[in-house]
Design a protein. Structure first.
Length: 751
């Protein structure tokens, strides 16, 4: 028996050692969301990094907004910036392409890679992890690896023997079908260094980006191209490059040429900047001073380990942890850092500014992220969330329109989507007690934004109590989203003790009632004379109709600020529940092929954001178990650890934030309020780090795929019978313990 005991002890010790060596970042699966509608990218990035290197497979289609689609057969090259999960393509600055044989200057079509510099690839020879990406380019035989820090990164190319080259394509960016390159500049600084910039008229208008690139091996020779033609120099030299060469134009490329040995490695260090090539070089030299690929890779991986510690899944299967930590990873991809190491950035006014006392950020997909991403940041990224709010206030100061961001991207406002959802982000932070931004200045910015008479029907909305469809597209959605935002403005006015403003915006917050049609029991458009939209099809989904990426059936529930009031309009809670039940059973085949119809349960479309709070409304009207079963169904079927796991655009982390909150068993149904709403936890044990030593320990006992119904809840050791969880109960840490079971219970039904 002694040998057996000794062996068992040894095995336990070995398992303990293996567990101790595991890292949270090992669970990250960067390919999740790269197939289908997720629109994520697999390349390396530091948490919230400005540089996000990734392969590009298609720069044109809207279905590949991140540049990479898992099912595409070929790769163009590797660019330095990307958007994570958006529905519109942009960025993709400065494409680097390793080649062998006779170099090519244009990519060619993705299904005919032989016609350009593209290369076929196989997922069998492709890998990705936190801070690292690798792929074997089958046509050239080059193995490409890359890693990234916050503002700089390294490309590592392993070449076969023979004629080789590295092409830098300054004309490349992710275009959609309507954008263009305005201008670019390229300068050869010495025999292994180039700098450049381009000016892009894209989704963000007149966006500038600069780069500096150092090559680990001096060029054997080089060529510069403008418009496909080589630029010749009278002073051209191939020895020591005594002359600096500079070219300008809208279509520039640089070719570094080599004769390589078998398995020879050539690395390229790249820094980027929105301000200047000098800042790009300073970012490069500050973050990547040496040719230490593995060192930068490890530094970034360690940064991810640190960030993932803020929300840990203590118990769960390998697949569960991969899904959970990948969702957290995607939440921490944006908003991105947008300033150089010296604090400089290019503002909305196109001037150079310096962030004082905060780190400037960009990529504010606010129509999406106000719902759960920023509320998650309030809990586990409060300092960064304050940085983001200060960035929004800087945007307001630089705005010619005097408004907070709607959907801002680098030095541009895209004006994408509706509402003024920077407001709930700011107000939610105030309600949760976050400090570090000028609240009086924030109040000024919020009021200016919410009352801007020229913004999307606001003047008519204030006058009539709704946005009329004969004056504005998406009129019903705008009315409903303005009303929610106005609830947040009223909360802010209440915090400041400004009674007149509070009353004004409380009235505006009730504007949803003006578009409720009691005959159909749904929200319906009105014209400026007060006449209902005729004919009215509540299942109709039309681009630029009365609703934004949805139908009347979906937007009727966009009243998270006043569920009780909406229920009263419908005839009471039972009528409300009956109507809500119908949402999940109706099916209209005409909408199946629409781009935003993803993650379907009847006419509930989880793949788009207006649905994300709806299941939690069941708890607000006394039947929480109906929401619990559906939440768990979505968690089990519309998320996972595979490339096609996301059923809709991840939208800068919003889809992922919904998953994380819902897995924990509660959700910020109405950001700007004091409360979260309980759902159904899908975890057994998780710990949330709230900072300053405060931790929230969350356990779900008897939780399983069958036991999806809450039987009871304890919060900080006290029996809890309310469907609402006040922020004050958890802000200092504590415990939440769920008891789960296989059958619906009456827990919180009377709350």
């Amino acid at each position: 028996m002694i040998p057996k005991i000794s062996l068992t002890a040894s095995v336990l010790a070995l398992l303990t050692a293996v567990h101790a060596e595991s890292r949270l970042s090992d669970y990250i699966q960067p390919f999740v969301g790269t197939q289908g509608e997720g629109n994520t990218f697999p390349g390396p990035s530091a948490p919230f990094g400005m540089m996000q290197i990734s392969p590009d497979t298609d720069p044109i289609t809207w279905a590949t907004a991140s540049g990479y689609e898992y099912t595409d057969p070929s790769i163009m090259g590797f660019s330095m910036t990307h958007l994570s999960g958006t529905g519109i393509p942009e960025l993709g600055d400065f494409l680097f392409i390793p080649q062998t044989g006779e170099p090519k200057l244009n990519p060619g079509p993705k299904d005919k890679p032989d016609e350009g510099y593209r290369s076929r690839f196989s997922h069998d020879q492709e890998s990705a992890e936190a801070g690292y990406y690798q792929v074997k380019l089958l046509d050239s035989g080059v193995n490409a690896e890359m890693t990234a820090g916050e503002r700089a990164g390294i490309l590592k190319f392993t070449f076969p023997a023979g004629k080789s080259s590295i092409l830098t394509d300054l004309s490349h960016f992710l275009t959609g079908d309507r954008f263009k390159m305005i201008w670019s500049q390229l300068r050869v600084e010495d025999d292994s260094t180039i700098t450049g910039m381009h000016l892009v008229d894209g989704w963000a208008r007149e966006r500038q980006m600069y780069f500096a690139a150092k090559f680990s091996r001096p060029f054997d020779s080089y060529k510069a191209y403008s418009g496909g033609s080589e630029v010749k120099y009278d002073s051209y030299k191939t020895y020591r490059f005594r002359s600096s060469h500079e070219v300008f134009g809208p279509d520039l490329r640089f070719l570094a040429e080599y004769e390589t040995k078998q398995d020879e490695v050539i690395m390229v260090k790249i820094g980027i900047s929105p301000v200047s090539k000098e800042n790009a070089m300073a970012n490069l030299e500050g973050e990547v001073p040496a040719w230490d690929f593995d060192g930068l890779k490890e530094k970034t991986k360690s940064a991810w380990d640190k960030e993932l510690e803020k929300l840990q899944l203590v118990e769960g299967s390998e697949a569960d942890k991969q899904t959970f930590y990948t969702a957290l990873y995607h939440c921490f991809m944006a908003p991105t850092l947008y300033q150089d190491a010296n604090g400089e950035y290019r503002g909305l006014d196109r001037e150079v500014h310096k962030a004082e006392g905060f780190n400037n950020h960009t990529v504010f997909s606010l129509w999406d992220t106000f719902r759960a991403t920023h509320p998650l940041f309030c809990l586990i990224q409060p300092e960064r969330n304050v940085d983001m709010i200060n960035s929004m206030l800087a945007h307001y100061d630089q705005s010619a329109d005097g408004m907070l961001p709607i959907w801002s991207l680098q030095s541009g406002e895209t004006w994408c989507m509706i509402g003024y959802h920077s407001v709930p982000v700011i107000v939610d932070a105030m309600v949760k007690g976050l400090e570090g931004f000028d609240k009086e200045h924030a109040y000024e910015a919020v009021m200016a934004t919410a009352t801007h008479p020229e913004y999307d029907g606001i003047a008519a909305y204030e006058e009539l109590g709704y946005v009329p469809f004969d004056l504005e597209n998406e009129s019903v959605s705008k009315t409903l989203e303005y009303a929610y935002d106005d609830y947040c403005v009223a909360r802010m006015a209440e915090l400041f003790g400004r009674k007149e403003d509070q009353a004004r915006f409380e009235k505006r917050a009730a504007s949803y009632k003006n578009l409720y049609d009691s005959e159909t029991g749904l929200m319906r458009g009105k014209d400026s004379k007060g006449q209902w939209r005729e004919p009215f099809n509540p299942h109709e989904y039309v681009h630029m109709g009365d609703f934004t990426e949805g139908t009347s059936w979906q937007y009727t529930w966009h009243v998270q600020q006043d569920v009780e009031g909406l229920a009263e309009l419908m005839g009471g809670k039972e009528a409300f529940v009956s109507k809500l039940d119908q949402l999940f059973t109706f099916h209209d085949d005409e909408t199946n092929d629409m781009e935003d119809v993803q993650g379907r349960m009847g006419e509930y479309w989880h793949g788009n954001e207006p649905a994300h709070h709806v299941l939690y409304m069941y708890g607000e009207v006394g039947q929480p178990w109906k929401g619990q079963e559906k939440i768990r169904h979505i968690l089990a079927t519309q998320y996972g650890n595979k490339p096609n796991a996301l059923t809709g655009n991840d939208d800068c982390g919003q889809m992922s934030a919904w998953y994380l909150f819902s897995s924990l068993g509660f959700y910020p149904m109405c950001p700007g309020s004091d409360d979260y709403v309980f759902g159904s936890p899908a975890i057994e044990h998780a710990v949330m780090d709230l900072g300053d030593g405060h931790k929230l320990d969350i356990k779900a006992e008897n939780q399983s795929a069958e036991n999806v119904y809450i039987q009871s809840v304890e919060v900080n050791g006290k029996p809890w019978t309310s469907v609402r969880l006040p922020y004050d109960e958890i802000k200092g840490g504590g415990t939440i313990v769920y008891q789960m079971g296989p059958k619906p219970s009456k827990w919180a039904a009377d709350s």
